[in-house]
Write a protein that binds this ligand. Structure first.
Ligand code: ATP
Length: 240
């Protein structure tokens, strides 16, 4: 039996005449951390949006199956109920809510009050800057702080699958290190992760497997360690 959490088959996405994704296959198995790397405009974000069904008017072909079910027509609250959490590029925190309220919103499908409180305390431990600013409006946080909050909020829902879009974007090197430490720890806890990243080195160092996307196609896939040593990956994505 397959242990696919996510299976994407023959996915194509076109925005008007622009073919952003040109027929890709991709799978993420239970407990895996899979990195999807590639240059600007390769189609990575479009792939994530096609998975969650949050695309602007455009043509989508192919199938996306999550835990053996199609996600077609799912609204964002369905995704949370199905334990699929996404941290989009640009973070997507509720800017007019406090940090505390954002974290509570992340847990809205849960009713274990003590567990929710324990999780909030846990994330405040991981990210002390959020604790210091618990009552502050999320919209006033720095980019890095918003990234921490978006991750913590997504994890408050206890997802089975976490989709991360460019978590390192715009962050200082120290903050990037911190976010990747959290990603590795979350993966060790057993949460299945699909990580879209332009920072190929960090992503492949953290991941079990990787996919390279180029101009709408998957051009390479394999074990992340092997990909780090692959001369083609080194030349094109690791700047070596
Ligand atoms: P980046 O790393 O720069 O975010 P990406 O790999 O995530 O890139 P996408 O954002 O998926 O790439 O974009 C793939 C292609 O689709 C690009 O050529 C982009 O211009 C185009 N595209 C994305 N969104 C739209 C849209 N709403 N309308 C028209 N074209 C779009």
């Amino acid at each position: 039996m397959s242990d696919n959490v996510l299976k994407v088959s023959g996915l194509k996405v076109a925005y008007g005449g622009i073919k952003a994704v040109k027929g890709i296959d991709l799978e993420v198995n239970q407990g895996e951390l899979v990195a999807l790397i590639g240059a600007n405009g390769a189609g990575k974000t479009t792939t994530l949006k096609a998975i969650t069904g949050t695309l602007p008017p455009c043509k989508v072909e192919g199938t996306v199956s999550y835990m053996g079910e199609s996600l077609k027509g799912s609204k964002s609250f369905h995704l949370v109920e199905k334990k699929l959490a996404m941290v989009p590029e640009g973070r997507g925190v509720f800017t007019r809510m406090s940090i505390q309220e954002n974290l509570m919103m992340g847990a809205y499908t849960r009713d274990d009050k003590a567990g929710i409180e324990a999780d909030i305390a846990k994330w405040f431990d991981v990210f002390p800057r959020l604790k210091e600013r618990a009552a502050q409006m999320a919209g006033t946080l720095s980019g890095g702080e918003q990234q921490m909050l978006a991750m913590a909020r997504a994890l408050m829902s206890h997802p089975k699958l976490l989709l991360l879009d460019e978590p390192s974007m715009g962050l200082s090197p120290i903050m990037v290190e911190k976010i990747f430490e959290v990603i590795r720890n979350v993966s060790k806890e057993g949460i299945t992760i699909l990580l879209v990243e332009q920072n190929a080195k960090l992503a492949l160092q953290a991941a079990h497997r990787g996919y390279v996307m180029d101009s709408g196609h998957i051009t390479m896939t394999g074990n992340a360690r092997d990909m780090l040593d692959d001369p083609r990956v080194k030349a094109a994505y690791l700047g070596e």
